[in-house]
Ligand binder design. Structure first.
Ligand SMILES: [Zn+2]
Length: 121
């Protein structure tokens, strides 16, 4: 009974401060409204776990796209969580995902506490 599909997998931190901004952003950016969602402290910080979730979403729901969202002032990163570090981790996660799943579209964002999504490329 796995014939249902989803457009995307959305990965973000658990941080409650950001959920409203993320929900609003998803509402604006996903008209099909079909997405799987992972919330894990630190976003892509634990990349092995995230890769496992991407694999499952692909196998079960044939997702076309992964949205990776790290954010400003992330407690899981603590002092190490500079904007540069987040950008580096997001780029690394994107590269790894596309190396394993070349057809997968990967978008990466650094989410500011004011709700602004900064695209990382
Ligand atoms: Zn966080």
């Amino acid at each position: 009974m796995n014939d249902h599909t989803a457009e995307a997998l959305v990965v973000s931190c658990i941080d409650y401060r950001l959920q409203e901004a993320i929900n609003n952003w998803i509402s604006k950016n996903f008209s099909p409204k079909t997405f799987d969602r992972v919330a894990l402290a630190g976003g892509v910080k634990n990349l092995d776990t995230i890769m496992g979730q991407i694999d499952i979403a692909l196998r079960l729901h044939h997702i076309k796209k992964v949205i990776l969202i790290n954010h400003e002032d992330c407690g899981a990163y603590g002092e190490a969580g500079t904007p540069q570090k987040h950008a580096e981790d997001l780029r690394n996660a994107k590269a790894k995902a596309q190396e394993i799943y070349p057809e997968l579209e990967v978008e990466t964002y650094y989410l500011h506490l004011d709700g602004t999504f900064e695209s990382i490329s």
